[in-house]
Design a protein around this ligand. Sequence first.
Ligand SMILES: C[S@@+](CC[C@H](N)C(=O)[O-])C[C@H]1O[C@@H](n2cnc3c(N)ncnc32)[C@H](O)[C@@H]1O
Length: 204
Amino acid sequence: MASARRLASDLAAGITVSDRRFDALFPAEVRVHSKVHFTPVKVALRIRDWLGRDSSLRILDVGSGCGKFCLAFAASGPGRVTGIEQRPNLHDTAQAASALLGLTNTTFLCGRMEELDWTRFNIFYFFNPFYERIAYRKGMDDRTPPHAGLFFDYIRLVRDRLAEAKSGTRVITYHGMGGRLPQDWIMVRNEEIHTDELQLWVKP
Ligand SMILES: C[S@@+](CC[C@H](N)C(=O)[O-])C[C@H]1O[C@@H](n2cnc3c(N)ncnc32)[C@H](O)[C@@H]1O
C-alpha cells in the first residue's frame, strides 16, 4: 500500500518508474502477461508528454486489460481516463490497482467496447486490442479464441465510430489498432518506442 502510494507520487512528479516496479501492483497471474499484452510505463509517459497536463482530456482505452496504460497515464497528470475491458478478472485487477494508487481520475468498465457510447471521449487509445483474435497461440487465456471474422467486424466498427467522431478528436495507437483509420484522419506524430511505433492521429 505505502509502496503503491510512493509509485503514484513518483509518477505525479514526472519520475519514470520501471515496468517491474509498476507491475508489482498486479497479481502474479496477471503480471505474467504484461510484457506482451500491456503498455510499458515509458510509452504511457511519452503519451503524457504528447498530450500535456490538460484537465479536459477524456481518454478511452479500448480494451484496457488490467488498466496498465490508464493507471500510469492517470497517475502522471490530469484528465480522466476510462478503460473498457471484456475480461472480468482484468477489470477487477484494474479497479483494485487504481484504489491502491489512490487515483480519482480513472473509470474502469467491464464489458465490450462495441456496446459503449464513444461520444463522450475526445481521445481513443488502442494497443492493438483485437490481435488475440488473429494470433494463434498468443492469447492470454482461452476466453477469446481466434476468430478472424470477429477481428474484421471489430475493425469495421472502430472505423465507423471514428468516421462519426467530432473534428479535433484524437487517436493514439501503439502497435496499431489492427487496421487503417478512416481516410480523412491525419497522422501528426509517429515515433519508434520500445517494441513498435507510437502514433498520434487527428480528425480534421
Ligand atoms: C493488448 S491488451 C491492451 C491492454 C491495455 N490497453 C494496455 O495497453 O495496457 C488488449 C485488451 O483488449 C481487450 N479486448 C479485446 N477485444 C475487446 C472488446 N471487444 N471489448 C472489450 N475489451 C476487449 C482484451 O481482453 C485485452 O485485455
